[in-house]
Design a protein around this ligand. Structure first.
Ligand code: NAD
Length: 321
C-alpha cells in the first residue's frame, strides 16, 4: 500500500483519480481549494487548502508521501482560457501551485510526482489545418502555444524536468488532450465542448436549435475519463518520464461531436453558428510514443464515452429544472 497525495482532488480528473487509487488499495489524501461539486470524496482524508500558499503546501507535503499527483490548476474550457480575461490569473495561480508542490516534494523526499500538462502547449503553427494537425511530442519546439494557459503548462513541464535533473526527484509528465466524462464542469462557464453540447442537447426540445462557437469545422479528439486514469497509472508504473500525450486519436469536427450528442439523445436539432473563443483550428493526439513506451494507447470509441457523459448530464439537467 502506498501513501499518495492527489492535488486537485476536488476537480474532475482528480476526483476520478482518487476513486481509482483508493480502489487499488492505496492510502489517499486529497487536497483542493474547494470540495468536489458532484461527488463525496472517497479519499481517506480530504484537506481544503490553497496550494498557492508555500507554507500550507510545505506543511501538507511534509507527510511522507510515496507519490504526489499534481492536477491542481486554474483551468477551464475555451470560454475560460481563450477569452483573454483570465490570462494573468491562470499563469500566476498555476505556476505558484507547481513551484510550491515541487519545492515541498523535493524537501520531503517524495518518491515520484505526476504532472498533468496539456496539449494546449503545442505550437499553433502545427494546428492550422483541421484535417492534418501535428501533435507529436517532439513538435513542441520552437514553442508557440496559442494561449497563456499553454505557456504556463510548458514552463511547468520544463520546471519538473529541471527539478528531476538538478534535485533527482522522479517525475512523470503527461500532456492530456480534452478529457471528458461524468462528474465534471457542465454549466459553470468552465465546461468543455463535450459537456457543453450534451447540456445544450439535453436542455433543447426535439427540432429546436443549439448554438455553437465558430463554423464547427474545427477538429479535436476527446478522451473518456476512465482511459485517462488508466493512462496516468500506467505512466506512473512505467520507467518513462515523458512528456507523453494521453489522448484519443479519433479526430472529429465539432459539428460531428454535436451531431453525435443529438444521435445519443434521439433528437434532431439545428445548429446556429455564432462568434466565440475557439482555440486552434485542428488538434489530435499522436499516440505513437505512448504505444512505444507503454505498449498501450487509448482505444475507446468516442460515442461510448459520450453516451455515458450524456446520461449523467441529462440527469443533472433534470435535477436542476
Ligand atoms: P478541474 O478544474 O476540474 O480541476 C482542477 C482543480 O484544481 C479544481 O478542483 C480546483 O479547485 C483546484 N485548484 C485550483 N487552484 C487551486 C489552488 N490554489 N489550491 C488547491 N487547489 C486548486 O480540471 P481538470 O479537468 O480535472 O484538470 C486537471 C488537470 O489536468 C489540470 O492541471 C488541467 O490543466 C489538466 N488538463 C486537463 C484537461 C481536460 O481536458 N480536462 C486537458 C489538459 C490538461
Amino acid at each position: 500500500m502506498k501513501k499518495v497525495l492527489v492535488c486537485g482532488a476536488g476537480g474532475f480528473i482528480g476526483g476520478h483519480l482518487v476513486k481509482s487509487l483508493k480502489n487499488k488499495g492505496n492510502e489517499v489524501i486529497g487536497v483542493d481549494i474547494k470540495e468536489h461539486e458532484y461527488t463525496k470524496s472517497v479519499a481517506d482524508e480530504f484537506i481544503k487548502g490553497d496550494l498557492r500558499d508555500p507554507h500550507f503546501t510545505k506543511e501538507l507535503i511534509s507527510y511522507p508521501f510515496d507519490e504526489v499527483y499534481q492536477l491542481a490548476a486554474d483551468m477551464g474550457g475555451a470560454g475560460f482560457i481563450f477569452s483573454g480575461e483570465n490570462d494573468a490569473d491562470i499563469m500566476h495561480n498555476s505556476a505558484m501551485i507547481n513551484l510550491n508542490v515541487v519545492e515541498a516534494s523535493v524537501k520531503a523526499k517524495v518518491k515520484k510526482i505526476f504532472y498533468s500538462s496539456s496539449a494546449c502547449m503545442y505550437p499553433e503553427r502545427n494546428q492550422v489545418d483541421p484535417n492534418n494537425p501535428n501533435c507529436e511530442e517532439d513538435s513542441a519546439y520552437p514553442a508557440a502555444p496559442d494561449s497563456e494557459y499553454g505557456w504556463e503548462k510548458l514552463f511547468s513541464e520544463r520546471f519538473y524536468l529541471a527539478a528531476n535533473r538538478n534535485y533527482g526527484i522522479d517525475i512523470r509528465i503527461a500532456r492530456f488532450h480534452n478529457i471528458f466524462g461524468p462528474e465534471g464542469s457542465w454549466k459553470d462557464g468552465r465546461e468543455k465542448a463535450p459537456a457543453a453540447f450534451c447540456r445544450k442537447v439535453a436542455e433543447t426540445e426535439n427540432l429546436g436549435e443549439i448554438e455553437m462557437w465558430g463554423d464547427g469545422n474545427q477538429t479535436r479528439s476527446f478522451l473518456f475519463i476512465d482511459e485517462c486514469i488508466d493512462g496516468i497509472l500506467r505512466l506512473m508504473k512505467s520507467d518513462f518520464i515523458g512528456p507523453v500525450n494521453i489522448g484519443s486519436n479519433e479526430m472529429v469536427s465539432i459539428n460531428d461531436l454535436a451531431k453525435m450528442a443529438m444521435k445519443i439523445a434521439g433528437k434532431n436539432l439545428k445548429i446556429k453558428h455564432i462568434p466565440g473563443p475557439l482555440g486552434v483550428r485542428g488538434r489530435n493526439s499522436d499516440n505513437n510514443l505512448i504505444l512505444k513506451k507503454l505498449g498501450w494507447a487509448p482505444n475507446w470509441p468516442l460515442e461510448k464515452g459520450l453516451a455515458e457523459t450524456y446520461n449523467w448530464i441529462k440527469k443533472q439537467v433534470d435535477l436542476n429544472s
